[in-house]
Structures are given as structure tokens and as C-alpha cells.
Write a protein that binds this ligand. Sequence first.
Ligand code: HEM
Length: 161
Amino acid sequence: NACDIEGRGFTEEQEALVVKSWSVMKSNAGELGLKFFFKIFEIAPSAQKLFSFLRDSNVPLEQNPKLKPHAMSVFLMTCESAVQLRKSGKVTVRESSLKKLGAAHFKYGVVNEHFEVAKFALLETIKEAVGEMWSAEMKNAWGEAYDHLVAAIKSQMKPAD
Ligand code: HEM
């Protein structure tokens, strides 16, 4: 109900803001993904060392074939989370993939600060990509979807069993 402390949850308007902005970004998702991760590494250079495929590689960052896919997963899964949040009030990544995700981020040493820097970088990247379409509400909608997704990943951040 409207007086609920939790508020109304993730709304249809919020979902629409995420989906609408994603639809203008997705044709350029590879480029945006690189931009997104460059922002992360600019703020937190040490985060590069977490990625085995960056550590073990001598090609320049922007030519590394594995960086884009990770960046795209973050974008895509955040967008999907917005849809799930509106439908069911929670993030519903398949249990097995969520376990895998949690275990991988645990294993590679991803910590809270990384998720925070990534949130900032994600929102900046979207802001620059959508131009005039950007608004406080849009920022909020993406931020909320990201927070819920990260909370789900963190809940599974423990050694794989
Ligand atoms: C691996 C998604 C945030 C660092 C992965 C994988 C996926 C993924 C799908 C592959 C997992 C596997 O191997 O099974 C996501 C999502 C995120 C997120 C959805 C946020 C919502 C981050 C952040 C960092 C990070 C913030 C650090 C800055 C890594 C690393 C790996 C990984 C180091 C392992 C890469 C390797 O194989 O060396 N992530 N990620 N992730 N992620 Fe993320």
C-alpha cells in the first residue's frame, strides 16, 4: 500500500526510463562498454589487475577482446533487472548463474568499492550517451536496478562449493 515504508517498489515509469535509454544505447553497446570500463580504471587503476584476461595480456586495453563482453553483461543484466524488479519486485537471475556470478567475483577479489565505482561510471556513461534524454529520474531508475542486482550478486559472494 502507498503508506508502506518500502514505498511502491520499482515502478512502471522507472522500468520505461531504463528500457527507453537502453534502446538508444544498444546499437553502440560495445563502444559504450569500453567507455564504461575506462572510467572505472581511471578512478580505480588497480581494478585492472582483477581481470585475468587483462593481467595476462600484452595487447592494449581497448583491443582486449574480453573487456567488452564483461562490460556488456553489466549493462544488459542491469537493464534486465529493471524489468524483473517491476514485474516481481526482485531481481530474478537464475539461481545457478547467480551462484556462479557470486563465486567468480569473490574469487577474483572484487570488493564493495569496485561495485560503487562501477555504479558511478555506469551512470556517467549513460548520461553522456543519452544526452538530452537524461534526467534525475532516469539516473535513479538505473541506479536502483544496479543496486538490486549487485545486492543479489553480493549475497552469493562466497567460495564456490
Ligand atoms: C566476471 C557480470 C561487476 C570484475 C564476471 C562475469 C559476469 C560478470 C557475467 C563472468 C562470470 C563467470 O566467469 O562465470 C558482472 C555484473 C556486474 C559486475 C552483472 C555488476 C552488476 C563487476 C565489477 C568488477 C567486476 C564492478 C570490478 C571492477 C569481474 C572480474 C571477473 C568478472 C575480475 C572475472 C574475470 C576473469 O575471468 O578474469 N562479471 N560483473 N565485475 N567480473 Fe563482473
